[in-house]
Design a protein around this ligand. Sequence first.
Ligand code: VGL
Ligand code: ZN
Length: 200
Amino acid sequence: MAATALIVTDVQNDFCPGGALAVAGGDEIVGAINARMATADAVVLTQDWHPADHASFADNHAEAATPFSVVAMDYGPQVLWPAHCVIGSHGAAFHPGLHVNRADLVIRKGFRAAIDSYSAFFENDKVTPTGLAGYLRERGITRLQFVGLAHDFCVAWSAIDAARLGFEAEVIEAETRAIDLDGSRERARAEMRAAGVRLT
Ligand code: VGL
Ligand code: ZN
């Protein structure tokens, strides 16, 4: 049978209630994700991991940018976020209930100040690889299940890239939560379906 990896996206304090970029109900999915880890051939955790001067932070823009506004970067439009998941901070740490010891690999993303990385596979220029595809291929993994935060940004971008790279990609929606910025959740669902991602 084809080997399956569970890709647990950004289940970090800053994306959970009380965090800097809290996703409503972000902490509610931890127990189900832990249980699902037992069924996977491989478990990969992603960790949003930004330097304090990261270009995706509204505070780092001169023009008094407000969080959740969009600016043009060299690589395309970029939503500006409240500062979150700063390298080494409590907010960047995994939710304390997540079974991190089960993980085979932790892949960090967004660590270059000038470019964001929603996807676990490519930075937001859509061409700079993180190395995850090579890791999975070398292990003979062809099927990927995505859970975690946030449904409409890092989960969706990762799943779409996975499908584009030829992996069989499934998003288990009950084990995700969305930011839902101006309809981004439904837009992400349509884009995932169009890319061949299975939503279950
Ligand atoms: C995410 C916005 C900024 C995510 C990360 O994990 O979906 N969203 N950084
Ligand atoms: Zn981020």
